[in-house]
Design a protein around this ligand. Structure first.
Ligand SMILES: [Zn+2]
Length: 463
């Protein structure tokens, strides 16, 4: 676009106006006389020469170089250059810019820098009263927010330091010191186990890979066996640090369920026996045999068959490899408490022969005595193989020659007494009287069935 730099305009009402870059200029400000009516050619020539010689102010910075930057008291002229509002358009002397426009360069540079660095525009003191009020309010609210932030930050800092202190204390709580505290308290054994478990849970960094104590796992297994439903409920509600049912299953699959004596089981039983009082460790060994249905199955964990005759390691009978139809179970029962525990199980084809039974009894006694239990007697029913066992141990119920004990195999000062199952005895005596109607107790005492007939309901078959 062509731009007219300087022009003299002769108006209709006989006046002359001067324009520089379309801005009106008073010529008498620049040592030139304002031409007025009547015009003479000499005056017009002088004025034109004077205007031609006078330098035009080049203005401030170009708008192209400072895009987006706006400075107060400036205008954009038609050549797209920023000028100060007070720019006279022409300069006196030889300088190419007026003093107003010269100052603009540094102002534009500073504003451009502020814009680039995201700095807020400086709000000068020349605010209107409403703006000043608003600014004051903003500054006030900013101060109050800063203050409350500081307070909250202080509270957070205090809490964090308190937490780290508590954590330190928790770390200092070693297992031994926890044990100490628990020993001093009036808690019983299961409660202590529970509290220890909870504390160790709180210490664990990764709950999925934590370890449980032996006692706790045993309690959990028992709870799961009693009621899987309740177990799931307690676990879901996170009342107790219970392991998952999968973990319980894994532990159960580790247990040896084969026949014979299991060393690991006796190690565990030793822990239980250690908890009993001295008098509670005395007990009776009970064994009994039951008839089983023959069946054969495969143990998928160990890839072996279940259902063959199995008398445990070390004892091989003639019928080894045949399908078992009898189960023999040994059980230890404490005399002074209600504690009882099966200790071994055997499978056999037919009743276990007396000789092998005697070996198993001796082995049971030895294993129980080794872990601290005291065997004072043996109870069994009067089955023929059991009577053979009595014979093996020299126990006899003969007339005038009763011997109901044998010397303890591990302690010469103690005896082991043999008992026949009392209800079983009564049953055999009754059956004998019922069948033969006559029982001779000694040379001059007889029991005759007729006197008992009112007790026996004759028409009923008795067990
Ligand atoms: Zn200027």
């Amino acid at each position: 676009m062509a731009v007219v730099e300087k022009q003299l305009v002769f108006t209709d009402d006989e006046k002359v106006e001067c324009y520089v870059l379309n801005c009106p200029v008073q010529l008498d400000d620049f040592e030139m006389t304002n031409i007025c009516f009547p015009f003479s050619s000499q005056l017009i020539e002088e004025t034109l020469c004077g205007l031609n010689v006078t330098q035009t102010c080049n203005g401030g910075p170009s708008a192209d170089h400072f895009k987006g930057v706006i400075v107060k008291h400036t205008n954009l002229d038609i050549t797209n250059v920023w000028r100060h509002v007070k720019c006279p358009m022409l300069t006196s002397g030889n300088s190419q810019k007026c003093n107003w426009c010269k100052k603009l360069f540094s102002l534009y540079r500073v504003n451009k820098q502020r814009l680039g660095s995201g700095q807020k525009k400086y709000i000068g003191p020349t605010l209107t009263p409403t703006r000043a009020l608003r600014l004051q309010q903003m500054v006030k609210s900013k101060h109050s927010v800063q203050k409350s932030n500081l307070r909250k930050q202080n509270i957070i800092n205090n809490l964090v330091s308190e937490l780290s202190k508590k954590n330190e204390v928790m770390k200092m709580l070693t297992d031994a010191s926890v044990q100490n505290i628990l020993q001093k308290s009036n808690l019983n054994e299961p409660q202590r186990t529970l509290i220890q478990e909870i504390i160790s849970t709180s210490k664990a960094s990764n709950l999925t890979h934590r370890r449980y104590s032996d006692n706790w796992i045993l309690l959990c297994i028992l709870l799961h066996i009693r009621s899987p439903k309740e177990y799931k409920f307690l676990r879901k509600q996170q009342f107790l640090p219970l392991p998952s049912p999968k973990t319980i299953k894994r532990y159960l699959s580790l247990m040896n369920t084969t026949c014979g004596f299991d060393d690991k089981f006796f190690q565990l039983l030793k822990k239980k026996i250690d908890l009993l009082r001295t008098e509670e460790r005395h007990g009776i060994l009970v064994f009994d045999e039951i008839f089983l249905r023959e069946s054969l199955s495969v143990n998928t964990n160990k890839l072996t068959y279940i259902g063959f005759e199995d008398l445990g390691d070390g004892i091989k009978s003639e019928r080894y490899g045949e399908k078992a139809d009898h189960g023999l179970v040994f059980l230890f029962r404490s005399l002074a408490s209600s504690y009882s525990q099966p200790i071994a199980m055997f499978a056999s084809k037919g009743p276990v022969p007396g000789k092998i039974l005697a070996q198993l009894i001796l082995k049971s006694i030895a294993l129980l005595e080794n872990i601290g239990a005291k065997v004072d007697g043996i109870v069994s029913d009067g089955a023929s193989s059991n009577r053979k066992v009595w014979k093996e141990f020299g126990v006899s119920g003969e007339f005038e020659n009763v011997k109901n004990y044998f010397t303890h195999p591990l302690d010469k000062n103690r005896n082991i007494f043999m008992f026949s199952d009392a209800p079983h005895l009564m049953k055999t005596v009754r059956n004998r009287i019922y069948n033969k109607k006559y029982l001779k107790v000694s040379w001059n005492i007889c029991i005759i069935f007729q006197k008992w007939s009112n007790i026996f309901p004759m028409n009923k078959t008795c067990p």
